[in-house]
Design a protein around this ligand. Sequence first.
Ligand code: HEC
Length: 310
Amino acid sequence: MMLKSMEVLNRFKLSGKLNIILLIITLIVIGVNGLILSQVLQKNAEREVTSQAALLIETMGSVRDYTSSQVNPELAPRLETEDRFLPQAIPGYSAREVFENLRKREQYNNFFYKEATLNPTNLRDKADRFEARVVEQFRKQPALKELSGFRSFPGTDIFYVARPIAVSEKSCLRCHSTPEAAPKSQLVTYGRDNGFNWKLNEIVGAKIVSVPSSKILTDARRLQILVIGILTVGFLIALIVLNLFLRFSIIKPIMNMASWSKEVSTGNMHTEFEHPVKDEIGTLASSVNRLKVSLGMAMKMIDPHQPNER
Ligand code: HEC
């Protein structure tokens, strides 16, 4: 294989060979680089969206905790007496509201938070088909603590992180078991049909944070194209410089030497090959000059009428 390719290579002139070799190296380097780079950048982009999503889901968890430990106890008595339900007492509601405020800022308006629930009290929390599958997966595998992945929407790609919501405390059942047990104001606001019949420790839904991933992935791809572009330009410059070098330092002197030798061989012994550069070609030049002198002397010995130059 190697021998065969050397044979093919030997059919070309020096510059042809150099260019073929350089081209092969360029293709290999750029190919390998492209592959490694795309892996690394993809991983980095994924890590970035994952950490964004993880931070947000933790924050929403904290908002929920704050509401159940500090706001709910303050408002609980009023839930019994007032006609209107005070959703501010509900952790899911406060998390949702805080997130909606965040989304009002332009850089976050493609972020989403949802407490996707199979049988929700507030129908805006109803799990869509995709989310329902996520919740079902948590229900089937109670040990599973988190799911994440990419999901496509028309116009954008998002990365989601989901964690299960379980009916962790008995106190939840007050409002989520039967309409009879729930505060009257809750029934007035949400009706009797939704958000009931939950069981203790049952996984009823999932907190899902979605962050847009298209931009991060596009940025990664752009960076990759930039790096490969720079590499390609670098190799092109190397190709041009090496070709120029080859032409002026090697090919031109060799061609000159060839036409000079041809002249000497036709009997013109008066010239000397000029190549003042002290490289290998310079060494070759002084050797051929000496060769020419010896040749002249040898010819003189054979035929004394030859003009003896140098
Ligand atoms: C005082 C009544 C009450 C209690 C106690 C309560 N919830 Fe709720 N819960 C509600 C209401 C009302 C909503 C709808 C709020 C809204 O409009 O977003 C809700 C919403 C939710 C949601 C969002 C999905 C949906 O149903 O709309 C989840 C999940 C949830 N609650 C879980 C729990 C858990 C877990 C507990 C116990 C730790 C609990 N709730 C305790 C009344 C209650």
